[in-house]
Design a protein around this ligand. Structure first.
Ligand SMILES: *[C@@H]1O[C@H](CO)[C@@H](O)[C@H](O)[C@H]1NC(C)=O
Ligand SMILES: *[C@@H]1O[C@H](CO)[C@@H](O)[C@H](O)[C@H]1NC(C)=O
Ligand SMILES: *[C@@H]1O[C@H](CO)[C@@H](O)[C@H](O)[C@H]1NC(C)=O
Ligand SMILES: *[C@@H]1O[C@H](CO)[C@@H](O)[C@H](O)[C@H]1NC(C)=O
Length: 341
């Protein structure tokens, strides 16, 4: 027997629904004609923000002309395992190596960390900006542009609070040493900022140990009083591999590795940060680098404080030699400047 299907009939509710759909369609078409831009919003997914094209390995390739065959196997941060079973002793003392500081370093590495966050590790191509502390950042309005990079590397005690429009607010890493540590690290960093200790002397390891283990503070041996109480999460502390100081001094500034006690020249934290970025990132841009001319004695050098070039005398930094090194990196295309250099 052939069963007869019942005639297709719609209940009144069905007709109502159909009429509604038709109305919606008419409104949408009208909308799309009257407002071309709304049409895009309605029917397409938002267009992802245009970022600068990032070429994997580009920074490394260009930087190899400066650094030669330097080893990429070097860890960025010092790791406990390398000091627990001391395999290869460092050839140099601080700031270029860890010779003689192994014991205190072992205690520091036991309470800090060395991992690179997954959010950075997982990026196929890392766009980085190194934000120097230079006066040129004042009124630069670069804040939004700076915040867009995958990694924002800052230096020393450079503040962010109150300067967001010019320097941004994101801080992926901050390089510092005890005398340059900001007294209020919670205010000037993000909760996940890596606080990267650049050790110039063994006392710098002692300082971080006493802070993190709440041991008796040492006050002697610093050229400026570092914080005695420092509100940080030990998990955010990293110890920079002195290898980067070595190659910045050797390859960029051509400084002798063994210097007589009196001379002791060394790279600035800024030049060190660029060296690190060329190792860690695929694209390296710099902002706020450069000092005024040597004869310009009144010009302030930082965006946040009223000090002049005079304050650099006796610091062991040769700013004109560093300027030449940065010019060379710009010419090679290894780095790009966001502010005039
Ligand atoms: C790097 O090493 C290779 C092989 O050892 C050599 O052929 C090349 O010239 C070196 N490059 C530089 C820049 O030193
Ligand atoms: C920054 O801009 C403010 C307001 O326009 C101005 O008063 C100030 O002089 C500028 N500072 C510099 C260093 O250019
Ligand atoms: C700093 O570097 C410049 C350029 O390389 C050099 O001429 C000058 O003598 C250096 N100054 C010091 C104090 O070493
Ligand atoms: C970067 O520096 C060069 C000179 O070294 C300058 O010509 C150029 O205008 C600078 N770029 C920006 C964006 O300021």
């Amino acid at each position: 027997m052939i069963s007869k299907s019942p005639p297709l009939r719609m209940c009144p509710a069905g007709w109502k629904l159909l009429a509604m759909l038709a109305l919606v369609l008419v409104v949408m078409v009208w909308y799309s004609i009257s407002r071309e831009d709304r049409y895009i919003e309605l029917f397409y997914f938002p267009i992802p923000e245009k970022k600068e094209p990032c070429l994997q390995g580009e920074a490394e390739m260009k930087a190899s002309k400066l650094f030669g065959n330097y080893s990429r196997d070097q860890p960025i941060f010092l790791q406990l395992k390398d000091y627990f079973w001391v395999k290869t002793l460092s050839a140099y003392e601080l700031p270029y190596g860890t010779k003689g500081s192994e014991d205190v370093l072992l205690r520091v590495l036991a309470i800090t960390s060395y991992s690179i966050p997954e959010s950075i590790q997982s990026l196929k191509c890392r766009r980085c900006v190194v934000v120097g502390n230079g006066h040129r950042l004042r009124n630069s309005s670069l804040g939004d542009a700076i915040n867009k990079y995958d990694m924002v590397i800052r230096l020393n005690n450079a503040p962010v609070a109150g300067y967001e429009g010019d320097v941004g607010s994101k801080t992926t890493m901050r390089l510092f040493y005890p005398e340059s540590a900001h007294f209020n690290p919670k205010v000037e960093n993000n909760p996940d900022t890596l606080l990267v200790l650049v050790a110039f002397k063994a006392m710098d390891f002692h300082w971080i140990e006493t802070i993190l283990s709440d041991k008796k503070r040492v006050r002697k041996g610093f050229w400026k009083q570092p914080p005695l109480i420092w509100d940080v999460n030990p998990k955010q502390i990293r110890i920079l591999n002195p290898f980067f100081m070595e190659i910045a001094a050797d390859k960029l500034l051509r400084l002798p590795m063994q210097q007589p006690r009196k001379i002791k020249q060394k790279p600035t934290t800024g030049l060190l940060a660029i060296t690190l970025a060329l190792h860690l990132c695929d694209m390296v841009h710099i902002a706020g680098f450069g000092y005024p001319d040597a004869h310009n004695r009144k010009q302030t050098i930082h965006y946040y404080e009223q000090i002049t070039l005079k304050s650099m005398v006796g610091s062991g930094h040769n700013v004109s030699q560093e300027a030449l090194a940065i010019k060379r990196m710009l010419e090679l295309g290894a780095v790009k400047n966001l502010t005039y250099f």
